[in-house]
Design a protein around this ligand. Structure first.
Ligand SMILES: [Zn+2]
Length: 54
């Protein structure tokens, strides 16, 4: 699983999305934003992998 850092383009809140596929393949992600209360376009900022080491 990869932890992706995504940002809501409407309200600007960032959060982590833990999924097993490559989000960089998506131009735009439409996901539910709790702050907006609806599905909004999200931007993929990057991958969070600094905290875990094997
Ligand atoms: Zn939002």
């Amino acid at each position: 699983m990869t932890k992706w850092i995504i940002k809501c383009e409407v309200c600007g809140v960032t959060r982590i999305l833990d999924v097993g596929f490559n989000l960089f393949e998506f131009e735009k992600l439409y996901l539910y934003c709790r702050q907006c209360g609806e599905n909004t376009p999200h931007k993929v900022l990057g991958v969070e992998d600094k905290t875990e080491r094997v």
